[in-house]
Ligand binder design. Structure first.
Ligand code: SF4
Length: 325
């Protein structure tokens, strides 16, 4: 299968300005600082990391919603970062986003029909009202809702139902790729599994590709084919789901995984939990050398000065850590 998406050394830096009249740049926030990965057509890449690691900023850049500092984002071979307005409009038909907050991302005063139909209107696909209504009914059915819910308002629905409406809206233009930014983290655990199952069945039916962003390795496990772990603006490990869960290499991935509960009660009791020191550093002051060295339980002297490069260890399993150089 070919790559539908390729991200090459993506950097997104924000200047920090000071002064009212004469503004002066005093620092730089390196939100995304050299991210590379690729996604094959029809697969799901999970992107995981703590809050502030740059995963959502990366997601917005994939959608052409943020200016990039450098690097390339290739969608079907074309560099999204240099698209014109017209190209962006066409691109929006192929790439859509599902947002984290099903409460904030849907206007509560709009009818479901208008929410789901908005992308169709923007692209002038609402002129034939009969076809338009049929499409709204079909989209509602695809996400497990009833067509007669189209005339109700978003505020009348539960969180899980609202996220289904958000998914239906994302599907309206028949995209190939959907960027899902923490789409279940605002939902109750019992509802999360239902929504993940909807994503999975839609993928099977429509051949969709997902970039699935989450802060929790437990969530991405059930949907991802491969997983990229991000720390402070970089991908530090990327592997197939099975490789990552069975044999995580990076000390950060090992720590994240040690916090994921396992179903077996005995295994859960005997499991060693790796507790990381301190908080994730500010992207304003990225540590020298390996950016994880201030929290890493395996840090060595050279980790303070030498930035580890990504090295490949078979089967597409790559890690940025001196332990494996
Ligand atoms: Fe830890 Fe050093 Fe590996 Fe960084 S390079 S993850 S500090 S062992």
């Amino acid at each position: 299968m070919e790559d539908i998406l390729k991200v090459e050394n993506l950097q997104i830096h924000f200047p920090v300005m000071k002064g009212v009249v004469f503004k002066k740049q005093v620092a730089t926030v390196k939100a995304v600082d050299g991210v590379s990965f690729s996604v094959k057509r029809g697969e799901t890449l999970g992107v995981v990391g703590e809050s502030g690691c740059g995963k959502s900023t990366t997601g917005l850049a994939l959608m052409h919603m943020l200016a990039t500092t450098s690097g390339r984002i290739l969608f079907e071979g074309q560099d999204v970062t240099s698209f014109t307005r017209d190209q962006v409009k066409q691109f929006r038909r192929r790439v859509q986003m599902v947002y984290q907050d099903p409460y904030g991302s849907l206007n509560p005063r709009m009818k479901v029909r208008d929410i789901i139909g908005e992308p169709l209107e923007v692209h002038g696909l609402d002129k034939d009202r009969e076809k338009y209504d049929q499409r709204i009914a079909e989209l509602l059915r695809m996400v497990g809702l009833l067509p007669d819910m189209a005339d109700r308002y978003a505020h009348e629905f539960s969180g899980g139902q609202r996220q289904r409406i958000g998914i239906a809206r994302a599907l309206a233009l028949e995209p190939s790729l959907i960027v899902c930014d923490e789409p279940v983290s605002a939902l109750d655990v019992s509802i999360q599994a239902q929504v993940i199952n909807i994503f999975k069945s839609l993928q099977k039916r429509l051949g969709l590709t997902y970039v699935f962003i989450a802060h929790d390795l437990a969530v991405v496990r059930h949907i991802s084919d491969r997983i990229a772990v991000m720390y402070l603006g970089r991908v530090v490990e990327i592997a197939s789901r099975d490789d990552l869960y069975k044999a995580p290499k990076h000390p950060y991935t090992q720590a994240l995984l040690s916090a994921v509960p396992v179903a077996d009660v005995d295994a859960e009791r005997d499991k060693e939990r790796i507790v990381l020191k301190g908080e994730i550093p500010s992207p304003l002051r990225i540590p020298s050398g390996c950016r994880f060295h201030t929290r890493c339980p395996a840090a060595m002297d050279k980790c303070k000065t030498q930035d580890p490069a990504m090295s490949e260890h078979g089967g597409g399993h790559a890690v940025a850590c001196h332990l494996y150089a």
